[in-house]
Design a protein around this ligand. Structure first.
Ligand code: ZN
Length: 365
């Protein structure tokens, strides 16, 4: 990746204003609104206040924008949205010891209460009582965001802003691929949206022997090939599922690893059909409702290992992601398709909805 070249000089920290521009959910319906004078949050004793410079628009933000059934059931009206960002620390609470104003940082957006069983046994990413930035509490589509010190991730100076703004979804891809284990293995990635495409470059960098992908969008399939997939199957064209036979013929009767990124029932069933006996499936895509699945054939008799993947491991995934980025082997330039000033947020959502854009990054301040 060429984009790792230029170290960035942090912008100087000025006085913190009392109000800021912020995108918030103004009603129980579609779209977001820009509030020109939202109150800047005050950091608690162990919080860090970050001046946001760049923020990524996520699929989750699209659900919130479109106000689907999930968003309507989960999102409090009035909340500032957004959870993927990079910025500069503007102020720290009096008990913060590890960070200081001026540092360039991103953050883990899953905020764990830190006291329960999972939080204390290395699984904070699936802890009870998890609160998510921009979903359950005010997020980063704003000039300032406040988060606990434990969630701060200092960004290496050679990682540019537009990439530092999307560490959250890149971390999803890294967590899924690393958990499955792909080194010297054949891998099928079902669904090459943003995170699926990231998974292609991550799997390649992590030493996958051959990568196969499926999707229904020819442009994304073509991009997956450029990122390293040896076969990119258009499942809308291949109704007869002949691609599964084609894939089996090139492997040991199926791939070693299935990375499921679509959440689509047909893709999940077909993905398991293309998994070899004794293979591993790592599932990140979220089906919109319960689905019919042949557990007997696909898991039990196949002796498959099935891994549910949620978020990013705190902070093992973040260290792995940094190592992969610094290796220069991740190809993200074609995945991050647009950068727009925050004022053009509506255009950003439109680009994602139309499929013209893949990852869109907002320039916040
Ligand atoms: Zn996200």
């Amino acid at each position: 990746m060429t984009a790792l070249a230029t170290p960035r000089t942090p912008a100087p920290i000025g006085p913190i204003p009392t109000t800021m521009r912020a995108l918030y959910k103004h009603h129980a319906g579609t779209a977001l609104r820009l509030d020109p004078a939202r109150t800047v949050p005050t950091p608690g004793p162990r919080d860090v206040l970050i001046r946001v410079t760049h923020a990524g628009i996520c699929g989750t933000d699209r659900h919130i924008w479109e106000w689907d059934a999930w968003a309507a059931s989960r999102i409090p009206v009035g909340i500032v949205t957004g959870h993927e960002f990079v910025g500069t620390i503007a102020a720290v609470g009096p008990a913060v010891t590890r960070y200081h104003p001026g540092q360039r940082v991103s953050a883990e957006g899953h905020i764990s209460p830190g006291t329960g069983f999972n939080a204390r046994t290395g699984s904070a990413h699936i802890a009870d009582g998890m609160v998510i930035l921009g979903v359950d509490r005010d997020g980063c589509f704003a000039e300032y965001v406040c988060i606990p010190e434990e969630n701060v991730w200092p960004v290496h100076p050679s990682i540019p802003d537009h990439i530092a703004a999307v560490l959250d979804p890149l971390g999803n891809a890294v967590h899924t691929v690393m958990e499955a284990g792909v080194s010297a293995k054949t891998v099928l990635i079902t669904g090459v949206g943003i995170i699926g495409l990231m998974a292609v470059t991550v799997a390649k960098a992590a030493g996958a022997s051959r990568i196969f992908v499926t999707d229904i969008d020819p442009r994304r399939l073509a991009l997956a090939r450029r990122l390293g997939a040896v076969e990119a199957y258009d499942t809308r064209e291949q109704h007869d599922k002949s691609w599964i036979d084609h894939l089996r013929a090139q492997t040991h009767n199926g791939v070693d690893v299935l990375v499921e990124m679509s959440g689509h029932p047909a893709a999940i069933n077909d993905g398991f059909a293309a998994l070899r006996p004794g293979g591993t499936a790592a599932l990140l895509g979220i089906p919109s409702k319960p689905l019919t699945f042949d557990l007997t054939t696909h898991v039990i008799f196949k002796g498959a290992r099935v891994l549910g993947i949620n978020g990013r491991k705190m902070f093992e995934t973040w260290y792995q992601m940094e190592a992969l980025l610094l290796s220069g082997r991740l190809e993200l330039a074609e995945i991050i398709t647009h950068q727009l000033p925050m004022a053009q947020f509506a255009r950003g959502f439109e680009l994602m909805q139309s499929g013209e854009g893949i990852k869109v990054v907002l320039e916040v301040g």
